[in-house]
Ligand binder design. Structure first.
Ligand SMILES: [Zn+2]
Length: 132
């Protein structure tokens, strides 16, 4: 199986890196990552750009290096991982840009995409505290 850019979780839409999920055509359930069929009712889905701003729904700190196939930075450091509430869906993501112990539930966050390729797609993203 090969991963094409079109399968990447981040696409640049109107110049803004955006998570791409799916929306059920029948019951409006949103999913991320994308799923071809709705996990709630089984109907077909369509591709759906997700909000780029949200809030920390819950979070924890990963304090030990995950086993393979984890491919994080060499020289492991604890990192925060969260469910980010984007409104229609909660997504799992790492948090960045501040010390792990500084996060709070309901903190406002914004999507940050890393390693965006020439087609505007990315496989790596995290959320950072938003300005407001
Ligand atoms: Zn559905």
């Amino acid at each position: 199986m090969t991963n094409s850019a079109q399968d990447a979780p981040v696409a640049t839409i109107d110049g803004v890196p955006t998570l791409v999920g799916a929306r059920c055509t029948t019951c409006e359930t949103h999913t991320f990552p994308r799923q071809d069929a709705c996990p709630r009712c089984g109907a077909a889905t369509v591709t759906q750009a997700l909000p780029t701003m949200g809030s920390v729904w819950s979070w924890t700190v990963q304090r030990f290096e995950p086993k393979a196939p984890y491919r994080g930075p060499v020289g492991f450091e604890p990192f925060a991982v969260a469910y980010v509430d984007l409104g229609p869906v909660r997504v799992e993501s790492t948090l960045g840009g501040r010390a792990v112990e500084d996060w709070n539930i309901d903190d406002g966050v914004r999507l940050v995409a890393d390693d965006i390729d020439e087609s505007g797609h990315s496989w790596r993203y995290h959320f950072e505290k938003s300005a407001s």
